[in-house]
Design a protein around this ligand. Structure first.
Ligand SMILES: *Cc1c(COP(=O)(O)O)cnc(C)c1O
Length: 398
């Protein structure tokens, strides 16, 4: 394997010429480049045999009956809502505290997002507050496994089933995360709700540049995803292409072009091979952070419940209230260390001003304003991690 680039080549270089430690870095190498090259030279580059193989391998990895690849997780989430028939007049409960795509897909469908607050320990939807948000219009819940930390699916499903509400898991960040259900460890994506949606953006644990996946146990939903992602076409182009007989396709519904390419899928298959190792490295780094940053007055480390195993897509620490988040992030950046502020809150962005929520979103706002994400990527070495820890400790001691 060639040397893997772990340093960002873009962005500011810090004073004194030291190199920036990026917030994240995808692990892509010769294996992925060779796989993409083979597809380029194969004569079939759009959705085809590589996408089909990637779907099968992804389904096997998470223990799902069906997996359908799409262009990204935003389109996956939209297709999940569309396949469930959710549209105008319907309410969909989710968190404001998430990347804005989680809320946007509800709007794409003409439905109304209803935001609930998060629990401060896991940064995930507070299931104890779900009931307050449910009305006779509620059709679905989008449960986010934020930063790869599994959401409490046992508690959430109990409420959802009682009210007959569909559950979509926004597992954008959660490839490789696990949850213990009825005494058994299972991969996120089995799924534990009706549909789970994944992202393969470079900021996630495995990447195809852009890419997404839907998993479900429901053959009918899977059939709808496949129609919707490809213009509603009754026969995919690859089938027509390979047929000895003339086939006329039909367009059964108003679909989209949300396909993944075979080049992306070929890269994704190599990334899946790496996933167990990537997670082992990330988990080791996360526990080392916990060891080195534990027992610091006022600093709250991320909490992993006994029934959850995070893939640690991000490592989020809550700063003491007295510290200025932006000033601390700037000071770390000046020392060559990139961080990010806590996860955004959609209700504070212009498109969602005045959005319905049936209680205040205090914990969501506190998390955005007082948490920061520290760098974490599989190929980070302990010297880099020590540098980050030392810098954070110095800031906290000020
Ligand atoms: C990244 C992300 C998305 C969007 O994924 P894309 O593949 O970039 O469309 C959606 N939800 C969450 C929680 C995310 O982190």
């Amino acid at each position: 394997m060639v040397a893997i680039r772990t340093r960002s080549r873009i962005g500011p270089s810090a004073a004194g010429g030291s190199i920036v430690i990026p917030i994240a870095a995808p692990l892509l190498a010769d294996e992925e480049a060779d796989a993409a090259r083979a597809v380029v030279l194969s004569g079939w580059v759009s959705q085809g045999p590589q996408v089909a193989a990637f779907e099968d391998e992804f389904a096997a990895l998470v223990g799902a009956q069906h997996a359908c690849a799409v262009a990204n997780c935003t389109t996956a989430l939209q297709l999940a809502l569309a396949a469930l028939g959710i549209g105008r007049g319907d309410e969909v409960i989710t968190v404001s505290h998430s990347f804005i795509a989680t809320a946007n897909v509800i709007r794409y469908q003409g439905a109304t997002p209803v935001f609930v607050d998060i629990e401060p320990e896991t940064y995930n939807l507070d299931c104890a507050r779900l009931a307050e948000a449910i009305t006779e219009r509620t059709r679905a819940i989008i449960a986010v496994h934020q930063m790869g930390m599994p959401c409490d699916m046992a508690a959430l499903m109990a409420v959802a089933r009682r009210h007959g509400i569909a559950v979509i898991e926004d597992a954008a960040c959660a490839a490789g995360s696990q949850i213990c259900m009825n005494g058994k460890w299972e991969a996120i994506g089995k799924p534990h709700g009706d549909i789970a949606c994944f992202s393969f953006h470079p900021r996630k644990v495995i990447t195809t540049g852009e890419g997404g996946m839907l998993t479900t146990s429901d053959a009918e939903l899977d059939r709808k995803f496949r129609l919707l992602r490809q213009h509603g076409m009754s026969v995919p182009d690859i089938v027509r292409h390979g047929s000895q007989r003339v086939i006329f396709e039909e367009y059964l519904l108003v679909g989209y072009n949300y396909r993944m390419t075979d080049m992306q899928a070929a890269i994704g298959r190599k990334q899946l091979e790496r996933l167990p190792q990537l997670i082992a490295q990330r988990r080791a780094l996360a526990s080392r952070y916990a060891e080195l940053l534990g027992n610091i007055e006022g600093l709250r480390l991320p909490f992993e419940p006994a029934w959850a195993r995070s893939n640690w897509q991000s490592y989020c620490v809550r700063l003491p209230d007295r510290l200025d988040q932006r000033a601390m992030m700037q000071s770390l950046l000046d020392q060559g260390i990139a961080t990010r502020r806590g996860i955004m809150c959609s209700h504070r962005e212009p498109p969602y001003a005045g959005t319905v929520s049936r209680h205040d979103l205090r914990q969501s706002e506190i998390a955005q304003d007082h948490a920061i994400l520290l760098p974490l990527y599989a190929q980070m070495d302990s010297a880099d991690q020590d540098r980050i820890v030392d810098a954070v400790k110095r800031e906290l001691a000020r």
